[in-house]
Design a protein around this ligand. Structure first.
Ligand SMILES: [Zn+2]
Ligand SMILES: [Zn+2]
Length: 141
């Protein structure tokens, strides 16, 4: 274990810690993430589930098809999502990390759903749909 990456919700009732470096940092422009976050674009930091530990009892889940999103049951902050097609992985909201500036996204996902007034003039790779191949036809996140 080298650096531990920590994060949590707005009120502090949900805390988590990852014991390894993330394998994935990306923006997601999909409508499902937009609804879940309330923000025009979301960003996620992916770790292996076995590298992550949660503390506190406030974490709630909302299951929508293969994707389960977690949030704080007290303050409502979105925390993470897991996708049953991507077993063993967990993707935290970049904004839930304690040091969000540390996690620079390396690509954009679902740009087909990007809002027309949102301009992000970087040279990062852009994926029309998902940036992480699903075993079956992935439609979310
Ligand atoms: Zn909270
Ligand atoms: Zn998404």
């Amino acid at each position: 274990m080298t650096a531990a990456h920590t994060g949590g919700c707005r009120c502090g009732a949900v805390r988590f810690e990852a014991s390894a470096e993330p394998h994935h940092v990306s923006y997601c422009h999909c409508g499902d993430c937009r609804r879940a976050s309330g923000a025009p674009v979301s960003a996620f930091v992916g770790f292996l589930t076995e590298q992550v530990a949660f503390t506190g009892k406030a974490l709630k889940m909302f299951e929508n098809g293969p994707v389960t999103r977690s949030f704080c049951g007290i303050c409502g902050s979105p925390i993470a999502y897991v996708d049953e097609r991507l077993a063993d992985h967990i993707y935290f909201m970049l904004g839930a990390m304690d040091m969000p500036a540390f996690f620079k996204p390396t690509h954009h996902a679902h740009v087909r759903e990007q809002l027309p007034f949102l301009h992000m003039p970087d040279a990062l790779p852009r994926h029309l749909k998902t940036s992480v191949p699903r075993p079956s036809d992935g439609t979310q996140s």
